[in-house]
Design a protein. Structure first.
Length: 100
């Protein structure tokens, strides 16, 4: 049986082989670099989450001034736009949802 190896698996395999051949002092450098990369990724995720929260707060502030009727109208429009997009992508069926 032949196993298909994806490019990502091949890359990981090559990296493991290269790292395994390094002397101990260089292995410590690799571990530090990996730690730095993890920190960078975590910082990017925190920044993205903070941005999302800020936009949500801004949006909540904007809609807090609307009447209930205006909010419900916007909600209905947004819901219909989402449905139309799902139908266009083929992830929903026209007429699938009528009402409660």
């Amino acid at each position: 049986m032949t196993l298909a190896i994806s490019p990502a698996q091949d890359l990981v395999r090559r990296a493991v082989i290269e790292v395994a051949q390094l002397p101990e002092n260089e292995l410590l450098v690799v571990i530090e670099i990996v730690g730095d990369l993890k920190k960078q990724r975590a910082q990017k995720k925190r920044a993205a989450a903070a941005d999302l929260v800020a936009r949500a707060r801004q949006r909540a502030s904007e809609i807090s001034r609307l009447s209930r009727e205006e909010m419900m109208e916007r909600f209905s429009q947004t819901l219909e736009a989402i449905r139309a997009e799902a139908i266009a992508k083929g992830t929903a069926i026209e007429g699938e949802w009528e009402s409660d």
